[in-house]
Design a protein around this ligand. Sequence first.
Ligand code: SF4
Ligand code: MG
Length: 308
Amino acid sequence: MLQFDDLRLRVGGTPILRGVTLEVAAGEAVGLVGESGSGKSMTVKSVVRLLPPGSRTEGAVRFDGVDVSSLDAAGLRRMRSRDVAMVFQDPRAVVNPVRTIGDFLTEVLRDQGVGRTEATRRAARALSEVGIGDAVRRLHQRPYELSGGLLQRVVIAAALLTGPRLILADEPTTALDVTTQEEVVAILNEQRAARQVALMFITHDLELAAAVCDRIAVMYAGEIVEVLPAAALHAGARHPYTRALLNSRPGAVAPGERLRTVPGVPQSALTAPPGCVFADRCPHAEARCREVRPVFDGSAACHLLEAR
Ligand code: SF4
Ligand code: MG
C-alpha cells in the first residue's frame, strides 16, 4: 500500500534523509524508532507532503502505487482527508481551542456532505469507541475542559472518522503521563486492529514500538539501519545501533546500576560520514566503515553482518 523507494530529502540544502526504503502493507503496523533528529517525522510527513519550505526530494513515496509527488492539489487533499489520518504528539496543537469537540469531530464529515444530525451521531459513536463515555456532554465541551489524554483520544476518534486506510502517528503519547500513555496506546491499537487500518508509529521507545507494531524500522541519521519483526526484537536485532538501543533501555539495567545510554553524540544526516552513518559511535567500527556505505540487505545495513 505504501512504499518508500530510496527517498532522499534535503531542506534548504541540508540532507535530512539519505535514502529511505521501506514498505507498509495494508493493515500492517510499522514502528519507526530512533533518536531525535534521525528523520522519523520527515519520513512520515513526506507521505502527505507536509514538508518544510525549501524541501527537495529524490526517490519516491508511493501510495497505492501512485507517486505522491505527482498528485495535484485536489488529489493531495483527497488523500489527506480520506485515505490517511494523522495523530501528532500534542493534541492541543491540532484542535481549535475556541470550538467545541463536536465541531472538531463533525467538520470532516460535514465537508464530505454528511448531514448535521448524522455527523453528530457518528461523532458520538466515535467518542464511545475510543472509550470516552458521556459522549453527548463531551461534544459540547471545549478542548481546555479535557485532559491531554482525553483530548488525544478525541484526536484519534477524529482520525478514524473518515475511515482511513493509514494512520500516521508521530509520538502520540510522548506528552502524556505513563498511565495515560498506556491507555491511549491500547485504544489506538485496538481500534486499528479492529478496522484493519495500517499504521506508521513514530517513537523513540523500542519497547513501545514492539508492543504496538508488527515490524520495526530503526532509523539513524536519515537512514533506516535495520528492519525486523517486532516479535524478534530482543533475539533477532542484528545491527550494532539497534543492539545499543536495546542495552540503553531502563529495563536492561540492573537495579542500582546507572542508566546506560548509547555512548557518543547522536549523528545528523549532515555530519554523518560518507560510509556507515553509525561509524562514529559504533564499538565495532573498522576503517572501511567510515569510507564505504554498507548495503541494506533487506534487514540491516552493516559491514560486519555482510561478511556472514
Ligand atoms: Fe558499526 Fe561498521 Fe556496522 Fe556501521 S558498518 S554499524 S560502523 S560495524
Ligand atoms: Mg520528530
